[in-house]
Design a protein around this ligand. Structure first.
Ligand SMILES: *[C@@H]1O[C@H](CO)[C@@H](O)[C@H](O)[C@H]1NC(C)=O
Ligand SMILES: *[C@@H]1O[C@H](CO)[C@@H](O)[C@H](O)[C@H]1NC(C)=O
Ligand SMILES: *[C@@H]1O[C@H](CO)[C@@H](O)[C@H](O)[C@H]1NC(C)=O
Ligand SMILES: *[C@@H]1O[C@H](CO)[C@@H](O)[C@H](O)[C@H]1NC(C)=O
Ligand SMILES: *[C@@H]1O[C@H](CO)[C@@H](O)[C@H](O)[C@H]1NC(C)=O
Ligand SMILES: *[C@@H]1O[C@H](CO)[C@@H](O)[C@H](O)[C@H]1NC(C)=O
Ligand SMILES: *[C@@H]1O[C@H](CO)[C@@H](O)[C@H](O)[C@H]1NC(C)=O
Length: 443
């Protein structure tokens, strides 16, 4: 009784589109290098048909809103916007308005640019940049340039994400409304895209720090060297005193439909015990990234696997990434601990696991508090094979073995178990456990 039928790209499976999102920006715009090292086409999933939710328990935690009894020290946001779960809970999107046109965009705390695909853009193949038809990028509706958009001359946009997707375009100012707050904001319009879309979203809203913005001097993206750092949308909002300098996310584990909130200036309108653990946001020290605040980088004390304690490290909190990317030995230990074990599949860039496997008890220890990941989030429905059998993958994947080069990520698999506060004003992340709530996740 599955909501969606997906096809995996793999030897025994049929071809496909739609990536397991890893929308953390990579350090320098070099798409082909990133594409080959990350084998983007290999962890590609396909959304081929959408079945009804018949026989399905389609409750949503979004219906559980009550007044919280404990006031805590973070106010409830007066500007929140709903999240929409896409591709079986691999991606989370929200509405954004450019001028008078409203679009769904991916909510990404792992990058800093806000962009839409512009009508008439060129779609290209992610492996070889060969021209494709617009439809092959699987965007939702595209943006028609309007009279409130004003292009910034002599600048261009050029970005590559961790899953190998790359885009270029123009920069400009537009009146943008997010969660009911309107600002005149520097944005990108994409006219060239290697993108594995979801047929719903038209772009992305980047919520990380200014240092990760991807505007460059000049009009030729292939000559980009001089970054033109600008204020990302949330910074623009808080520097104009339109919100307090913090936002929060409640990402729910629903595999479709409404699935939580992005809340500006306070906590999201969901039930939870407001017992926050705080940890400093750190300057990223990974090679190639600016030595200043960029990602929401935090220290993880340890990874608690059953009764054993594995090495912690430095992780980014990234809503644009589906899975948790952990150091090689940690990934191996966790994936072996499924019963039966999850086995790495190179073609998929993920560990395939029996959909009915027993997931290990996994906790992420941050500033002394262990945040447990519900076993429901440890097994993700990734598609069906040629015979129509469900294919599942582990929520944890090998993020590499070199902490000076590799970006380890607490993705949506982790964030579905917490309310996360991105407190830029205090330069700290705050987490409150929220492991149990009703959802429509079948596994
Ligand atoms: C986005 O806006 C549309 C139309 O205004 C609305 O139907 C939809 O529920 C909104 N989506 C979210 C996630 O808020
Ligand atoms: C992109 O190029 C690769 C390698 O040539 C090819 O296998 C693949 O089918 C192409 N993708 C699309 C969507 O055309
Ligand atoms: C919208 O754009 C116009 C310029 O085209 C500007 O005058 C107006 O102030 C903008 N609104 C906001 C909220 O920035
Ligand atoms: C930006 O590019 C222009 C040409 O488009 C050039 O004249 C200028 O020197 C460049 N600025 C920097 C800082 O590289
Ligand atoms: C983005 O910039 C890099 C240089 O930093 C360049 O090599 C690359 O070709 C650019 N991307 C595109 C699609 O032009
Ligand atoms: C790009 O750079 C090359 C070499 O640096 C230069 O010859 C060429 O004129 C530049 N093109 C543009 C459009 O700036
Ligand atoms: C925002 O508020 C601060 C402190 O109250 C003030 O110093 C600053 O000028 C305000 N900024 C704007 C753009 O109103």
């Amino acid at each position: 009784m599955l909501l969606l039928s997906l096809l995996l790209l793999a030897s025994d499976l049929v071809s496909a589109r739609g990536a397991i999102g890893k929308r953390s920006v990579v350090s320098s715009p070099s798409p082909f290098q990133a594409a080959s090292s990350l084998t983007p086409s290999s962890h590609v999933l396909s959304l081929t048909s959408q079945k009804s939710a018949k026989g399905y328990n389609a409750r949503s935690a979004a219906h559980l809103l009550h007044h919280r009894s404990s006031p805590g020290n973070v106010p409830i946001s007066t500007h929140s916007t709903g999240l929409l779960s896409l591709i079986e809970g691999e991606e989370f999107a929200t509405n954004i308005t450019f001028g008078t046109q409203t679009f769904e965009v991916i909510v990404d705390t792992g990058s800093s640019d806000t962009w839409l695909a512009e009508s008439g853009f060129q779609c290209v193949n992610i492996t070889n940049a060969a021209p494709l038809s617009e439809a092959d990028c699987y965007f939702g509706p595209t943006f028609d340039v309007d009279e409130t958009f004003s292009q910034i001359p002599g600048e261009n946009f050029n970005i590559t994400y961790g899953d190998g997707e790359f885009l270029t375009g123009i920069m400009g100012y537009e009146n943008v409304t997010l969660a009911g707050i309107e600002v005149r904001q520097e944005v990108a319009l994409v006219n060239y895209a290697a993108w594995e879309g979801d047929s719903t979203t038209s772009g992305l809203v980047g919520l990380a720090y200014p240092s990760l913005t991807s505007a460059y001097n000049g009009t030729n993206p292939s000559n980009d060297t001089v970054q033109e750092v600008y204020s990302p949308i949330f910074k623009t909002m808080y520097t104009q005193n339109l919100t307090a300098p913090l936002f929060s996310l409640a990402i729910l584990r629903d595999v479709s439909g409404p699935s939580g909130y992005l809340a500006l200036g306070g906590t999201p309108p969901v039930d939870f015990v407001e017992d926050f653990t705080s940890t400093p946001i750190l300057i990223t020290t990974i090679t190639g990234y600016p030595k200043t605040y960029g990602f929401y980088t935090i220290k993880v004390d340890s990874i608690e696997l059953g009764k054993s304690s594995l090495a912690g490290g430095t992780y980014i909190v990234d809503s644009g990434t589906t899975l948790n990317y952990v150091p090689t030995p940690v990934a191996n230990a966790i994936n072996r601990a499924f019963s039966p074990p999850a086995v790495y599949n190179e073609d998929e860039g993920a560990n395939v696991v029996d959909c009915k496997a027993k997931a290990p008890t996994l906790g992420i220890k941050i500033a002394g508090t262990v945040f447990y990941i519900n076993p429901l989030d440890m097994i993700l429905l990734a598609g069906t094979d040629a015979k129509g059998n469900d294919i599942c993958i582990s929520g944890v994947v090998d993020g590499g073995n070199d902490p000076s080069e590799d970006v380890y990520i607490l993705g949506d698999v982790f964030q579905k178990n917490v309310v996360s506060v991105f407190d830029i004003g205090a330069t700290e992340m705050k987490f409150a456990a929220r492991e149990y709530y009703p959802s429509n996740d079948p596994y």
